[in-house]
Design a protein around this ligand. Structure first.
Ligand code: SF4
Length: 349
């Protein structure tokens, strides 16, 4: 790792991170024309995103639908080719690897997908699904593969005697466990969890979250946990990154973020977290006016300026950088400090 990286202003932890993302971009071309398609612009789904993740921690990534969080997860694994930037995993830049080298390095980083049924082949048995990465990356014998599959099934609390069954014979929660077992087959260090519980019944969401927590403890995993479910993110994360329109606007320790979000968008987003007591209404909730702008034509300056009650002249022309603040948060806002009370006061004006 070069000196520029080790002294980066976003480096808030003294030890070397396992994931270090710098200036990551993923743009999708916008094409027009009936026969001859012309590129007329681009959707900046991930735009200049930088963050670190320490080994063994969980970085939650939250934001409204379309903010770029799932694209970020896929770009980290190069399931989408990055448009620019660096993705350092244990010091190796995945973004610059050639395809063959990338296949080798992918072992250390795996993904758990949102919809377990869509992400596994329904015509394969559970044994074949879980064994697929083992066949690609490891030259195990038939018996060794079967033993490893049984071991992985026990790890995710599935009975190995069902290894010859097909996905449709399992419940949604069990299918997600199959997806988790497959993701863990090659002993990855980092797992990207892309909305891993949102397709599941509420009754089994907690079971899958608890399983992910236990596996993290047992195997020393590092998670990037992408979700729109703020309560779940709050439960599982060590730190949380808030995304808006392709950019990270705030990163902070979980408790500190929920206690005192610093960025005006985080304040609005987190104010909507459900109050667990049905007798209490969520009187703090701030409903943001308007929809997020079109990502193909983001506003100039701060991207939140069309919805932010604090916006002032500088916000319209200058995009704020993510910078460290006195309370340990990283925030991208021209104002040094705003509070939820300030926000509510402004919003009701
Ligand atoms: Fe609001 Fe300006 Fe801060 Fe953006 S930079 S969040 S518009 S105050």
């Amino acid at each position: 790792m070069n000196n520029e990286h080790s002294s980066h202003p976003l480096r808030t932890h003294p030890t070397k991170p396992i994931i270090s993302v710098r200036n990551l971009k993923k743009y999708f071309p916008v094409k027009k024309g009936l026969l001859i398609k012309r590129v007329t612009g681009s959707i900046k789904a991930v735009d200049d995103v930088s963050f670190d993740v320490q080994a063994g921690e969980t970085l939650g990534v939250v934001g409204e639908s379309g903010c770029g969080k799932s694209t970020l997860g896929r770009t980290l694994l190069r399931l989408y080719e990055p448009t620019g930037g660096e993705i350092l995993i244990d010091g190796i830049d995945l973004a610059s690897l050639k395809p063959q080298e990338l296949v080798k390095q992918r072992k250390s980083m795996q993904m758990i997908f949102q919809d377990p049924y869509a992400s596994i082949n329904p015509r394969l048995t559970v044994a074949s699904i879980i064994a697929e990465p083992l066949r690609i990356h490891r030259g195990l014998s038939g018996t060794e593969t079967r033993d490893r599959v049984a071991e992985l099934m026990r790890l995710v609390e599935l009975n190995p005697k069902f290894l010859n069954r097909y996905p449709h014979e399992f419940s949604g929660g069990q299918r997600q466990r199959i997806g988790i077992a497959r993701a863990l087959a090659l002993n990855p260090k980092v797992v990207i969890c892309d909305e891993p519980i949102s397709a599941l019944d509420v009754s089994i969401q907690a079971q899958v979250i608890n399983l992910l927590g236990e596996l993290q403890q047992r195997l020393g995993l590092t998670y990037v946990f992408i979700s729109h479910d703020l309560s779940m993110v709050r439960h599982i994360s060590t730190r949380i990154a808030v995304m808006y329109l392709g950019r990270i606007v705030e990163i902070a320790d979980r408790k500190s973020l929920f206690a005192a979000p610093r960025h005006p968008y985080s304040q609005a987003l987190l104010s909507a977290v459900c109050v667990p007591d049905p007798k209490r209404s969520n009187s703090n909730e701030i409903i943001l006016e308007g929809d997020p702008p079109n990502p193909a034509r983001p506003p100039s300056g701060c991207r939140f300026n069309t919805r932010c009650p604090f916006a002032f002249e500088r916000c319209l022309r200058e995009e704020p950088e993510l910078t460290p603040r006195a309370d340990g948060h990283l925030a991208a806002c021209h104002l040094e400090r705003t509070t939820l009370e300030d926000f509510k006061g402004r919003f009701s004006e």
